[in-house]
Design a protein around this ligand. Sequence first.
Ligand SMILES: CSC[C@H]1O[C@H](OP(=O)(O)O)[C@H](O)[C@@H]1O
Ligand SMILES: Nc1ncnc2[nH]cnc12
Length: 291
Amino acid sequence: MAQAKIGIIGGSGLYQMEALKEIQEVTLDTPFGSPSDALAIGQLEGTSVAFLARHGRNHHLTPSELPFRANIHAMKQLGVEYIISASAVGSLKEAVKPLDMVVPDQFVDRTQHRKATFFGEGIVAHIAFGNPVCPALAALLSDTIETLALPDITLHRGGTYVCMEGPAFSTKAESNLYRSWGATVIGMTNLTEAKLAREAEIAYATLALVTDYDCWHPDHDHVTVEMVIGNLQRNAVNAQKVIQAAVKRLRDNPPPSEAHSALKYAILTPRDRAPAETLEKLSSLLQKYFD
Ligand SMILES: CSC[C@H]1O[C@H](OP(=O)(O)O)[C@H](O)[C@@H]1O
Ligand SMILES: Nc1ncnc2[nH]cnc12
């Protein structure tokens, strides 16, 4: 099977990478079901990259329907060590404007209906998640954006991404509550992905692309998909430039990441007490420790 060290997960508005060449479409099965779509494995900046459209290429999956575990497992099967996630977000701060880019360093989990762990069924592990984003990968992403200096785009290094369940947008009371917590942006997908990526020992960072001011802003009574879509298309063009340049940096200088050994002290169940079926199910995550 084709392999790739770098994975890209494209969110709303980013359903393919234009610059990806020699594409092989791979339909993968995982112990956690099928990923959102076939993965496109191809060449970008002379290195192998695996691309997945998070909601499917025709955007047919809601955030709650996303097969997060299958998506991350598929990346692991392909040998991915770094995931750059591109995501549409609403802004919770006046200074963070539509079309700006944020590279968050924290998440707040407001999801309710998701399986956000590979563990259970007889094997227990507790990963550290105090720093939910890989600092080295996030720095690489921010440095890339800064160097590109895209016209009219402000970069915000760091910030807190509130991950809500959706699919409906927030109420004003919720939006103002998140603002009172000092959060920066809001979306519906990235916390779950970041957690699973950490369990899979994949370094993960988010390129958050601001589409709207959510509903708290006095000039925007509601968030509407119409409002979001206009900015999504412009964001997608910028996201492709950033991702391509970040892949080049990653190719040349893949940073060491603590995420790559996240399970080292996390697994509590001794191997000889672990159910054979679960060991088999988790083999691509655990083989390094249990062989
Ligand atoms: C299109 S607005 C709501 C939708 O956009 C974001 O998706 P993604 O994170 O995959 O870019 C947000 O999380 C919602 O799923
Ligand atoms: N305002 C918002 N709330 C949640 N997810 C979003 N994605 C884009 N804009 C959003």
